[in-house]
Design a protein around this ligand. Structure first.
Ligand code: SME
Length: 187
């Protein structure tokens, strides 16, 4: 039943939620074989998890958990939110992390200042990379935009080099857009 939903060729972000209970349920991940499938699965799962819920803490917490669980070789997945001009740690999965990041600093702060996704195949080559976990080797950061303003970022780390590319970038941008639109952001 799940596979028939999963195999659809439509845009995962706009599909009807016929199987929402299954998408939310635990241990029902379909047999994912490719990066593309894993990306689509993460988008579908976040979409199902945030339906009928507007609290940003609830939705970012579940989104972090769904992404972390859906994708292989991810050591950290979470959010930093803009509060009074700086990025502040939000819901995440993984090891404890840096609490605050200045705009323009590190990969996260660069995603905010440049207002675009950062895909970093080797963090050791990224000037100013902030190492919350010395084991991290690659990273992706996607800004969340609302009304033309960056309200936060989604950040993923991996112990593998070159773990993320445009496939994860596009999936995370879809997730960022859904969250930005469909949550009440009382930051
Ligand atoms: N590496 C990030 C800091 C946040 S941690 O990866 C969770 C950066 O350079 O902004």
């Amino acid at each position: 039943m799940l596979l028939s939903v999963f195999k659809t060729d439509g845009d995962a972000g706009t599909e009807p939620l016929k199987e929402r209970g299954d998408l939310i349920g635990e241990n029902q991940q379909p047999n994912i074989k490719t990066r593309e499938e894993a990306c689509r699965w993460a988008v579908m799962r976040v979409r199902a998890l945030i339906a009928d819920e507007r609290d940003w803490v609830v939705n970012t917490a579940n989104a972090a958990a769904a992404i972390f669980e859906s994708w292989k070789e991810v050591s950290w997945a979470g959010f930093y939110l803009m509060k009074q001009g700086e990025l502040v740690l939000g819901p995440f999965q993984g090891k404890p992390a840096c609490r605050r990041i200045q705009v323009g600093k590190g990969v996260c702060g660069t995603a905010v200042s440049e207002r675009r996704t950062q895909i970093v195949p080797d963090v050791h080559q990224f000037p100013g990379h902030i190492a919350c976990d010395g084991g991290s080797n690659s990273e992706i950061v996607v800004p969340m935009m609302r009304d033309g303003e960056v309200i936060g970022v989604i950040d993923l780390d991996s112990y593998s080099f070159n773990r993320f590319d445009e496939r994860e970038g596009q999936a995370l941008e879809q997730i960022a857009q859904m969250l930005a639109q469909d949550c009440d952001w009382n930051l």
